[in-house]
Design a protein around this ligand. Sequence first.
Ligand code: XMP
Length: 319
Amino acid sequence: DWTMGAYREEAIQKIRDEVGDKNVICALSGGVDSSVAAALIHEAVGDQLTCVFVDHGLLRKDEAAEVVGMFRDNMNLSVIHADEADLFLGELDGVSDPETKRKIIGRLFIDVFQKYADQIEGAEFLAQGTLYPDVIESVSFSGGPSVTIKSHHNVGGLPEKMGLKLVEPLRELFKDEVRALGRELGLPASFIGRHPFPGPGLAIRCPGEITRPKLEILREADAVYIDQIRKHGLYDDIWQAFVAILPVRTVGVMGDGRTYDYACALRAVTSVDGMTADYYPFTHEFLGETATRIINEVPGINRVTYDITSKPPGTIEWE
Ligand code: XMP
């Protein structure tokens, strides 16, 4: 009779046998997979685990504080908040090509992680939240020619380079099982149900050049949009929802004056695995109310559009 409680005990024993008295480091992203992996390993080996949260300055409003706060204060994990926004935004200055953005972010992520990891004494293991579908995917891709539409960055190749052994306690699990394990470990339900968020973060929701003022506007608009979705009880019906700030300014009227501000696009999709997706059929009432709120509450935006492209032919993200 298989239960998540039994799996948890078994997994903890396995991690203890594997790791012994050595130290483990983990790149904590705030996503469900790395969070559950970190919580499980912490339960197994306690203070031998140190997490590094790489903050590239491309996170949503309040995200860094929420993630770091939860793990540090509620779960007692040792978390290093690597605030490297200046480094990432500096290197991204003037860059507008989507794949170039991803490559820069991927490379810096590895450099930064390595820099912080080097300061942790006696680390011999790198924890990763690899799931069963990731294992299968990497096997079925090898050998054949693979078509990459978007290069997703991860810490692939890093363990060998740093001379670390991998701990991957979620390798046998599917996503829904990881969520169940997360609940079993006491992670808050709101955290486990969070929408996926891409590694390059807001960089790929800001088509064209990334600037700090644009990121600030994007964060505010996104926060209003997600607040609307939660208030209407729609969050759990949606796979992913976000705002993209468009690289175009439009004319508007506000009171007696003329405005010349950014346009934004709202995106919301349903999906099973992110491979295909349909746009979410919001009511016109919801869309109208949300547009009004964003324009009233977010200085810098004077026009709101809704993206009704499905995947394929579109992708979920704008870049
Ligand atoms: P697309 O836009 O390709 O997105 O339809 C499919 C899923 O993947 C996420 N995504 C990424 N995740 N690095 C990531 O870690 C990336 O570069 C990246 N690009 C897209 C996207 O948010 C969606 O969940």
